[in-house]
Design a protein around this ligand. Sequence first.
Ligand SMILES: Nc1ncnc2c1ncn2[C@@H]1O[C@H](COP(=O)(O)OP(=O)(O)OP(=O)(O)O)[C@@H](O)[C@H]1O
Length: 446
Amino acid sequence: MTTKSILCVGVGAPGLPADWDVTRADTLAEARRQFKARPCAVGLLLVQDMDSCADLNAFLLDHWSPHWIAVLPPLLLEHAGWRQLLRDHCADYHTWPVDSQRLRHALGHALGMAALRSEDARPRADDDATLTGQSAAITRLRRQIVKVAAASAPVLIWGESGSGKELAAQAVHAHSPRRKGPFVPINCGAIPAALIQSELFGHERGAFTGAARDKRGLIESAQGGSIFLDEIGDLPLELQANLLRFLQEKTIYRVGGTRSIAVDARVIAASHVNLPQAVQRGAFREDLYYRLNVLALDVPPLRERKDDLLPLAEHFFHAFSSERAPRVKGFSSRAAQAIREHDWPGNVRELINRVRRAMVMAEGRLILPQDLGLAAASPARAPLQLDDARIRAERDAIDASLLRAGRNITLAARDLGVSRMTLYRLLAKHGISAPSRASYTDGQNE
Ligand SMILES: Nc1ncnc2c1ncn2[C@@H]1O[C@H](COP(=O)(O)OP(=O)(O)OP(=O)(O)O)[C@@H](O)[C@H]1O
């Protein structure tokens, strides 16, 4: 349950209900400190004069998650800047002198609305290296990552561009006994062919014109950790031989060097091209392919894990919240539908870009399909049979409620006017996975 605690910013005595736990902050600087120490779900802004509009606006842009209620002198409502601030940031406002009965009601309402944003909808502190998603495919991948991480053999990750290969590699490293060591990512396709050897293996002073001093390569800098070789299929053939030697002997030679250097780094490679085909074409060494392909991970494209779409969209909405236009509060159900219908050829990267764009460009409080640039992309629907239309409408209503309720089953069931059991049955019927807090240990016993 959300506790009745409130951060009160500014000076004044609004006569708060006795059963609320009140934290006071007379200044915005103090409010920032208090919020950091004790984030709250509901906040009260006690405004006494006109000077503070710009400062308050900046504060609210940084602290947008609570439901803010403002109390201000009636005169300020005549100023466009204050009206805009109330529209953009506040769930409600009152004028001095405060009607305490009305304020108690507004606070209760704000608390109720805050409870709708369940914990599940909020990104966790460690989400940076977490593969968000609840689909069967991503759950399986997380389970495989945990297993692969415990071993020490090379890992080969396959997946379309933007599907999350690097994130999967980071997760392997983060769950491995090497987690305290460095994670060194290298995009083999992005380094010019002339430089890649010395970038990877380093060089000795005088090895070539311009090599003024000894330089460690990226592989050496991954000592004690993991090296992530993205787009491994782009590695020139002669370097493939060097990499193979490193995998076999755990030693490297710097360019121009004669002494072998022992390096203890685990190789995680990724490719979006089909390596067996590259082997057949003679563009990739077969022996290297077999060396790398000891533990294989397959990151499925986003279109094959539709259940992840809305949780991911929600996740990125929170992750990039500091960039959003202040009025934008979330996704409309039509946007949720457009997200589900799109094919996502650019995978998660495309989803991030579309959500970020929509958060800046949306005109209203809720993001619409056109804000995501998806309105035109949705193909015209063929006429539906009545039964199909019913099923689709049912699914849309469930999705929209889950989204509104932050994927909290109890709240979504209440929203839809059905019991939790009925909602679980409907989720199974529509093949929607039941919301759960995704984690790497989730599903290990499934
Ligand atoms: N399941 C996920 N949860 C959260 N963020 C994700 C997820 N999958 C991918 N991302 C994010 O999507 C973006 C693209 O992912 P990533 O760079 O790992 O893809 P990739 O497959 O390595 O792409 P490329 O083949 O182009 O190198 C990154 O910002 C990453 O953090």
